[in-house]
Design a protein. Sequence first.
Length: 205
Amino acid sequence: MDFSSKLLEQALDEMSQLPGIGKRTALRLVLHLLKQPTEQTDQLTKALQNLRKNIKLCRNCFNISDTELCEICSNTSRVSELVCVVEDIRDVMAIENTGQYRGHYHVLGGKISPMDGIGPSQLTIKPLVEKVKQGKIEEIIFALSSTLEGDTTNFYIFKQLEGTNIKTSTIARGISVGDELEYADEVTLGRSITNRVPFESSMKG
């Protein structure tokens, strides 16, 4: 594309770096912003800057939060002894949308993937194991996607917990192998959590 404005070209280049945004979509978005009142563009800019500067990770579960302790962990009506282990914040949102889960979460920040150079030390596995050893958790629900990396991560954590008396379970396989949790419909995902099975049983299957 040829542009008569370097400012437009620069904005387009930045916008097109977002996931799922190609050059044409980026151009449409940038031109849309140009047509809006200056105040609206300023509000968007301020919101993004505020997000980057002030967003935190919950000190307990590593979910995104405005404060040191996220709203889920600070909610006294939630079951703190029940912890659902997920890959990232999108999975927390997907499970919360089902309305079927009232425990806490633990966000790993990814999955073990040697091909991508991601090992256990780059995830929040150690804090999870420490919480278990402190006796703060009674059951862990593994809710990673049904991929090789997800299964590897589940098994690694399971082995790290050997010797503790914690109950471990995994979501029922109502979600197809290879699927990501965020794309599962709410009913299926909710049933998968409610009908979870012991982790040892899932390994035999």
